[in-house]
Ligand binder design. Structure first.
Ligand code: PGA
Ligand code: ZN
Length: 459
């Protein structure tokens, strides 16, 4: 049995050039694991706390030396010597050592770095690829009758094409306009179609003079479009231009990150690009419904603000039998928030981000609870990312069904997409590797009536 011998940590930079925590874990058998913690911009109020130095003389106060110090100090002292394979025990010890409800004493960035680095070291100690090691941890907590959830599978990607909101200077309000290649038969085919649409979209934006060269934090185009619906028009056009049929082969998805469009003082929403303010939840839902009827939208994330439970209940009863409704800021990957969602009949899917909760075991618990409650799961990156690709392995290990990484450019995104290609190869290649596909997303067939396959069509 390998034991945790040493923890090292350092401040490194993420894809926005901001500091984040990297942790190295060494086993007493020579095994090694490394993890880098990601960081959000449109963060939810209920997320576990990301500890920053607040020392204005470095990185505008965003340094993480205190979190790094906690890893090599209090945390190392408490957890070195533990069995590397006992992830649940390690994570429980980390939570207890912090002792606060939102991990604000040691920092969720310190705790998560340790939790994930140890998982990597444990996989190496066991001689397993990470997704297989994580799959064993995942299976270990399944109950009789849940065996069908035990198999690893490649997730369907939802891929950012156009960025707005806090990720792209708020040119348009909706944070992410994404595509889902719903008719793709394998993960690698999904990726190829996505790349094709991305290139077609770049050409189309350039043709309209909409500054296709502006890029958001997640690599999506950040064009000047004038309205939110125009982004949907451009996407439909791009899918067709790529030789694919909107709604049949490739569908659309949105992330409104609506917490950031909400004014708590008036309890209303603002869509500045559409010259609409003072919208009560019901009026925003009407707009979304009109979009769903007009465009092949199959998934909407954070359509309403993180504490607008009444709005979420209304949204879910209006659209929940037609569209995947994902809670991100709403659930913050936490079981208590998800249970509250069930009570309110809010949403039908949950975004899964390690650093919203702070440890691997708690993340697995949220995925497990989501399954049991009938919520879909989408493993997600943050807008601030790094070369760390652990989320790819997590998505496969838990058969999460879907993954959201950002656009298909920029290496902090490609680190994950390419990791999934390697896993697909290990699982037998595109023909044989289990792929979650459209059934993992589908609530109902998208609106397709008015869309046609474009000129690049082969058949
Ligand atoms: P964030 O954005 O990482 O900035 O929170 C990602 C998302 O909202 O899904
Ligand atoms: Zn989101």
């Amino acid at each position: 049995m390998a034991r945790l011998a040493q923890l090292l940590a350092r401040e490194v930079l993420d894809s926005r050039g901001r500091p984040t925590v990297e942790v190295d874990a060494y086993g007493d058998d020579g095994s090694f694991g490394r993890a880098i913690v990601p960081s959000g911009a449109s963060t939810g109020r209920h997320e576990a706390l990301e500890l920053r130095d607040r020392d204005a003389s470095r990185f505008e106060g965003l340094g993480v030396r205190r979190a790094v110090g906690h890893v090599t100090g209090a945390i190392a002292e408490a957890v070195c010597g533990r069995d590397l394979a006992d992830q649940a025990g390690l994570d429980a010890a980390l939570v207890a050592l912090d002792g606060t409800p939102n991990k604000s004493r040691l920092g969720a960035n310190a705790l998560l770095g340790v939790s994930l680095a140890v998982a990597h070291a444990a996989a190496e100690a066991a001689g397993l690829p990470l997704y297989q090691h994580l799959n064993l941890l995942w299976r270990a907590r399944l109950e009789p009758g849940e065996e069908a959830w035990a198999q690893p599978s490649l997730p369907m990607p939802m891929v950012n094409m156009i960025s707005g909101g806090l990720h792209a200077g708020s040119q348009i309000d909706v944070q992410d306009f994404l595509i889902i290649p719903i008719a793709a038969r394998s993960y690698s085919e999904a990726l190829e179609w996505t790349a094709r649409v991305h290139r077609a979209l770049g050409r189309i934006l350039a043709r309209y003079g909409e500054e296709a060269h502006l890029v958001g934090d997640e690599g999506g185009y950040g064009p000047r479009l004038g309205s939110n619906a125009r982004a949907l028009d451009r996407l439909v056009e791009a899918i067709a231009a790529a030789g694919l049929t909107p709604g049949h082969e490739v569908a659309l998805a949105l992330d409104l990150a609506a917490t950031h469009l909400y004014d708590p003082a008036t309890a209303t929403y603002r869509l500045a690009a559409d010259q609409a303010s003072g919208l009560p939840a019901a009026a925003l839902i009407d707009r979304l419904e009109a979009w769903v009827e007009r465009y092949p939208i199959v998934s909407i994330e954070d359509a309403l603000a993180e504490d607008d439970w009444d709005g979420w209940t209304r949204l879910t009863s209006r659209l929940g039998d037609r569209v995947q409704l994902i809670g991100d800021d709403l659930f913050v990957t936490q079981t208590a928030r998800l249970l509250r969602g069930l009570e309110h009949r809010a949403a039908n899917a949950v975004l899964i981000k390690f650093n919203q909760v702070g440890t691997l075991s708690e993340t697995l618990a949220t995925v497990r609870l989501a399954r049991r409650l009938g919520y879909r799961t989408i493993v997600s990156a943050r807008s601030g990312e790094t070369e760390d690709s652990t989320i790819a392995d997590l998505a496969v290990a838990t058969g999460a069904g879907q993954i959201k990484i950002g656009s298909i450019v920029r290496s902090e995104r490609l680190a994950k997409y390419n990791r999934l290609l390697r896993i697909e190869e290990q699982l037998g290649g595109p023909e044989a590797a289990p792929f979650a596909g459209w059934p993992a997303v589908k609530i109902a067939a998208p609106a397709t009536n008015s869309f046609r396959r474009g000129p690049g069509s082969a058949n």
